[in-house]
Design a protein around this ligand. Structure first.
Ligand code: SD4
Length: 358
């Protein structure tokens, strides 16, 4: 009898260890916790890691999380809202991404369609919108009257601040701007003629004044970046955003760029980023952090290293990275902004929030 009980106990223990935990994390807390909860619900109901990412990010698109995700906010210089999104399957490194989407609101699902129904990775603008129409999306402009009123207030303030640099008129006026002549070569970037005046730029390639655009409002940098792990142990990640407030029309940020917005490898873990995408995408912080986890660093160490690598060159950039590994250890790091992420798992008591020390 005693032996029988012992064997039963061992079998039960083996069943527990072979069953993987569902896990979700996303780059932010507060209003973003609905997205974490929805993704977790999807996984708990048997959905895949990709389903979790799609459903979770879609909640933020619908709820317009912190004005930074979804339709109706962050006008560009032509007064339009445009959306970027990506989804990545950590089992096979398949990715679908979209950028500069103006006529549709559900960018994360469109990204998934790109992944499933094409062998390509990133579709942008008009071509991506034609694809959306082809796969049956109903047109629904991302621009609303709110987009236009945010744009009007910015125009009334002489289009300040903005993302132009080395164009003197842009520091005090709205466009159109003229640059004459164009820089004769890329090498001339540190010194060229603008309206017959020679402009010297100190620190070639360094941005001037981007910090004020990103640090001013928390709402200006609240992209959703999500990582999910399902009960099969499959990992996925995704992002969705309306990008930088007052971005130059045509701008696509880091969120739909593989390894910048997020990265997932089922054998290692996943990471997602949020913040000043124009700076961050140059460093592929999500890919870098996953690589560091692969070589043995913890998610917190990997996040800190990815952020440090950017801050070494751009000390005032605003941004953050969150990571989770296959043992479900998770962590994050940020620069120049207060930051807390949310997560949920089979063993957490609902959605939990972790505040990351800067
Ligand atoms: C972008 N990285 O388009 C996005 C914005 C963002 O948190 O993350 N906000 O640059």
């Amino acid at each position: 009898m005693l032996i029988k009980i012992g064997i039963t106990a061992i079998v039960a223990f083996a069943a527990v260890v072979s069953c993987k935990e569902n896990f979700v994390m996303n780059t932010w807390s507060g209003v973003f916790e609905d997205a974490t909860a929805e993704a977790y619900r999807t996984l708990a109901n048997g959905g895949s890691a990709l389903d979790g990412v799609e459903n979770g990010c879609r909640i933020c698109e619908t709820e317009q999380c912190d004005t930074s995700v979804g339709y109706g906010n962050h006008p560009d210089t032509r007064s339009h809202t445009s959306l970027d999104a990506m989804i990545m399957d950590g089992d096979n490194f398949d990715v679908g991404s979209v950028g500069f989407i103006r006529k549709y609101r559900n960018a994360i699902t469109l990204a998934r369609y790109v992944m499933v129904y094409t062998s390509q990775t990133l579709l942008v603008g008009e071509g991506a919108e034609e694809f959306a129409q082809m796969v049956g999306f109903s047109e629904d402009s991302a621009t609303t009257s709110n987009t236009v009123s945010v744009y009007d207030a910015w125009r009334d303030a002489n289009c300040q601040p903005n993302f132009y640099e080395n164009i003197p008129a842009a520091t005090s006026q709205c466009g159109p701007y003229h640059i004459d002549p164009l820089p004769s070569s890329a090498v001339a970037k540190d010194s060229w003629q603008v309206n017959s005046t020679t402009v010297r730029v100190s620190g070639v390639g360094l941005r001037g004044g981007n910090e004020k655009l990103w640090a001013a409002n928390r709402e200006d940098h609240d992209t959703i970046g999500m990582i999910t792990i399902d009960s099969n142990g499959s990992l996925a990640c995704g992002t969705s955003t309306n990008g930088a407030n007052h971005k130059i029309a045509g701008r696509v940020g880091d969120s739909p760029i593989t390894g910048a917005g997020c990265y997932a490898d089922t054998t290692v873990g996943g990471c997602a980023a949020t913040g000043d995408g124009d700076v961050m995408m140059r460093f592929l912080p999500a890919f870098y952090a996953v690589t560091l986890m692969e070589s043995g660093q913890s998610p917190t160490q990997a996040s800190q290293a990815a952020i440090r690598r950017i801050a070494k060159v751009f000390p005032t950039f605003s941004g953050a990275v969150v990571c989770v590994n296959t043992d479900l250890f998770h962590g994050g790091a940020s620069n120049n902004m207060s930051f807390s992420y949310s997560y949920a798992s089979d063993s957490s008591d609902g959605v939990q929030v972790v505040t990351v020390a800067e």
